[in-house]
Design a protein around this ligand. Structure first.
Ligand code: PLP
Length: 390
């Protein structure tokens, strides 16, 4: 599988990628992408000229249009972060409403960033964890089915590390059981499925534009809705439910994106293609240089991957701990994304253990990946791992 991925995603093995230049001594797991500073300064000059900082400003409108165009989506609502994007999506789709006087349930994955699940609990929705597929690390379709009850209102799958969930199966299952689907697409910016945006499936897909994400606005996020009515409801919701100078129509919150965030987004988007090319080079070099025995995520065969992360799975947790320590001694900082498996996190509640999620979570390690990570550093990391394994 690993070779198949390498062939499909990368240049042929042995082919040299051009070198990036950097003199960094410390290698973090990720580095926020900083776009051209002069261009950002020009946007800020414009903000000063217009004296308009937030509330549906000109830059927010421009970023909305450009993202819809870039991603190939409609009904995109910019918000202040990816967690509020999830909360707004749940509320706009009504999945927080009780069922027979009991909290509604949503089926989600325990192998994700905590916000996917904590946002459900925050909105009073009961979390129901289903296990993941051992190869794709996304929700296992057949496991979702077994968790559906009379209280289930929604499925909240995650395109984890940018891999595509089984969207066709999930959307069909949801239609059959009259459930809403909200994809947490925080890792899937720009991902294409059968040549079209992966973000068009379900009733909504959320994105995070946090500084560490592939595309960012320092802090920020978006919800992409399938239906215009849901988009309109959410648009009102993120501005306190206000509809006019003297009218408040519904319960709302403040989840607006401001003009400085939008300015950063416009600059980062301008450089997205170079950013992606540089990440692809790093990603493919890992593919070539790492020991072939390492388990990698099986990327969906119909997906154009976005090279957002480079997670590897070792044979044991002991191996993860020892290798991350050796890397750290060489100033290379990895992260155990996503550990712990969320079914074991006490503040979220008590849950039955999801075995596959726990197995993967205890053995996974994300290696450094960002646009200007030098190829020599990738080679060094691969060499350290190779030596530690042999
Ligand atoms: C980053 C992330 C979030 C939260 O996004 P913020 O913008 O940091 O609030 C939610 N879900 C997943 C899967 C994430 O990786």
């Amino acid at each position: 599988m690993q070779l198949a991925i390498a062939k499909r995603l990368c240049l042929p093995l042995g082919k040299q990628y051009p070198q990036a230049e950097s003199t960094d001594l410390v290698i973090p797991v990720t580095k926020p992408y900083l776009p051209d500073r002069k261009k950002l300064a020009r946007y800020i000059d414009g903000i000063y000229d217009r004296h308009w900082l937030t509330n549906n400003g000109q830059l927010l409108q421009r970023l909305t249009e450009r993202l819809e165009d870039y991603l190939g989506v409609k009904h995109l609502l910019l918000v202040s972060n990816g967690t509020l994007a999830l909360q707004i999506a749940y509320r706009a789709l009504g999945i927080n409403e009780a069922v027979d006087n009991a909290p509604a349930q949503a089926i989600t994955t325990p192998f994700t960033f905590v916000a996917t699940a904590s946002s459900l609990k925050w909105e009073g929705i009961e979390i129901v964890f289903a296990d993941i597929d051992p190869k794709t690390w996304c929700l296992a379709p057949e496991k979702i089915l077994s968790k559906i009850t009379s209280k289930t209102r929604a499925i909240v799958p995650v395109h984890v590390f940018g891999n595509a969930c089984d969207v066709k199966f999930i959307d069909r299952l949801a239609a059959k059981h009259n459930l809403k689907v909200i994809y947490d697409g925080s890792h899937a910016f720009g991902a294409k499925y059968h040549g079209k945006s992966l973000l068009n499936f379900g009733d909504a897909t959320t994105l995070s534009f946090h500084a560490t994400k592939l595309f960012h606005t320092c802090e920020g996020g978006a919800v992409i809705f399938k239906h215009e009515e849901d988009f309109n409801r959410a648009k009102m919701m993120i501005n306190f439910g206000i509809t006019g100078p003297e009218s408040i129509d519904s319960l709302g919150i403040n989840a607006k994106m401001n003009e400085l965030q939008a300015a950063m987004g416009l600059c980062v988007l301008d450089e997205m293609d170079e950013n992606l090319k540089a990440r692809e080079r790093v990603w493919c070099r890992y593919q070539q240089a790492l020991p072939q025995s390492l388990q990698l995520q099986e990327i969906h065969e119909d997906l154009d991957y976005n090279y957002a992360y480079f997670p590897v799975v070792f044979d044991s947790e002991a191996q993860v701990l020892s290798i991350s320590r050796i890397l750290e001694e060489n100033s290379v900082f990895t992260r155990r994304y996503f550990y712990p498996s969320l079914d074991t996190v006490e503040c979220l509640g008590q849950y039955a253990l999801q075995p596959i999620s726990n197995q993967i979570a205890s053995r996974v390690l994300c290696l450094p990946i960002y646009a200007d990570l030098p190829i020599e550093s990738v080679d060094m990391i691969a060499r350290i791992i190779g030596e530690a394994l042999s």
